[in-house]
Design a protein around this ligand. Structure first.
Ligand SMILES: Nc1ncnc2c1ncn2[C@@H]1O[C@H](COP(=O)(O)OP(=O)(O)OP(=O)(O)O)[C@@H](O)[C@H]1O
Length: 382
């Protein structure tokens, strides 16, 4: 693996194959010979019933689903819908009552203890509360999976450095977690998950403990990792904006069953199931009714990008400064100030002309101050 830097990696099969000797991987996971590509997850008639003194709970009921390799796949649903149970079935933290989970076409139920350890190295996981060891430095936290796997000492240092570089935390290597912000702690969690060079990354409410701005930066990091390393990302979240911001595909669970699933643009653009519509309601809450009806999750050619800018204090961003930052005409759709717990909070909705293909527009507008969210797109002739 010497000399193979994260940012030069475009080929996950090579990245994995050149990984730790502890887990040389079969060629089957390269997607050759008609077999699924590395990072494919398949659920077949998966059911899980919890039995306790209080009775039985059917948490998952006959789930048939494939998560394509390289997807950023979001799982949403009301509390108790079965999201965590499904996510945890991927690395066998939860054993199904019936049905199967297949990773890259291979059923995982058949794995013995060594096979399971190897599987879990191929599947990284990050958590809402980061789960870092407070008595260890950032470097030591990130190194831990390699130390446990018996990777030679000389190899650990460079691999930890690569992982820290990937998440932008090289400068914090010798810092203890208590001195980090929430966003930095989650970056350490991501580096620790990536240091084993997984093909799948499971994210369990990974941004729920973060403020909106930090959430956006973590989502942007996850998207970047997905794009650069080709890792399949499976995430569960209660925040619909996270799905819209980061995911390619979404699964809506309702009482342990699939309510609907598909590309985010389709499911969010035309939700068919009442559970999906109920979950999406907060996204459009507070929007003028006509705008909520016209808002689309993905850009069409020439569509204007709708940004929500939230700012504290009295000063709203100046519209001409906004237009300069956006490098495009900006139309004010709505503005107002409300008081939340005694603080004045301003909100503006603006449409930036033809910025659909301009991924940097939020960052440039954000530089003027406030929290900036891309909430969707409207056709310019609407
Ligand atoms: N260990 C367990 N024993 C008994 N019942 C359980 C157990 N774990 C989960 N359940 C039940 O299974 C159902 C699905 O739980 P799960 O945690 O998968 O849902 P969820 O969609 O992730 O919920 P939340 O959004 O609240 O985290 C719930 O009714 C839950 O109470």
């Amino acid at each position: 693996m010497a000399g193979l830097a994260f940012d030069t990696i475009r080929d996950p099969a090579r990245w994995i194959a050149e990984g730790t000797p502890a887990r040389a991987l079969p060629a089957a996971r390269t997607g050759q010979e008609g077999r699924p590509a590395a990072g494919t997850v398949r659920f077949e008639a998966l059911s899980k019933t919890y039995r306790s003194a209080a009775g039985e709970v059917r948490a998952l009921d006959s789930i048939d689903l494939e998560i394509p390799a390289g997807a950023i796949f979001g799982i949403i649903g009301r509390s108790g819908a079965g999201k965590s149970t499904l996510l945890r079935a991927v690395n066998r933290l939860e054993e199904p009552t019936s049905g199967r989970v297949l990773i890259d076409g291979a059923p995982i139920a058949a794995l013995d203890t060594d096979g399971l350890v190897a599987l879990r190295r191929r599947i990284g996981m990050i958590f809402q509360h980061f789960n870092l060891l407070s008595a260890k430095t950032v470097r030591q936290n990130v190194a831990l999976p390699l130390v446990v796997a018996g990777v030679p000492r000389a190899e650990i240092g460079p691999r930890v450095d690569e992982a820290l570089r990937l998440v932008g935390l090289e400068a914090k290597a010798e810092t203890y977690p208590s001195r980090l912000s929430g966003g930095q702690k989650q970056r350490v969690g991501i580096a620790r998950a990536l240091v084993s060079r997984p093909e799948i990354l499971l994210c369990d409410e990974a941004t729920s403990a973060l403020d909106p701005e930090t959430t956006l930066s973590i989502l942007s990091l996850l998207r970047d990792i997905n794009r650069r390393l080709g890792i399949t990302i499976v995430l569960i979240t209660h925040e619909m904006s996270v799905i819209r911001e980061a995911c390619s595909h979404v699964l809506v669970l309702e009482a342990g069953r699939i309510a609907e699933t598909g590309p985010v643009w389709r499911v969010f653009g035309a939700p068919e199931h009442h559970a999906t519509r109920a979950l999406l309601e907060p996204l459009t809450r507070g929007l003028p009714e006509d705008l909520a009806a016209r808002l689309r999750p993905h850009p069409a050619p020439g569509a204007a990008t709708v940004l929500r800018i939230t700012y504290s204090g009295r000063e709203a961003p100046d519209l001409s400064a906004l237009a300069a930052a956006a490098a495009a005409p900006v139309r004010l759709l709505q503005a107002g100030i409300e008081r939340i717990q005694g603080h004045a909070v301003g909100r503006m909705l603006v449409a930036v002309a033809a910025a659909g293909a301009d991924p940097g527009v939020e960052d440039r507008v954000r530089a003027l101050g406030g929290v900036v969210e891309r909430i969707g797109y409207v056709a310019t002739d609407d």
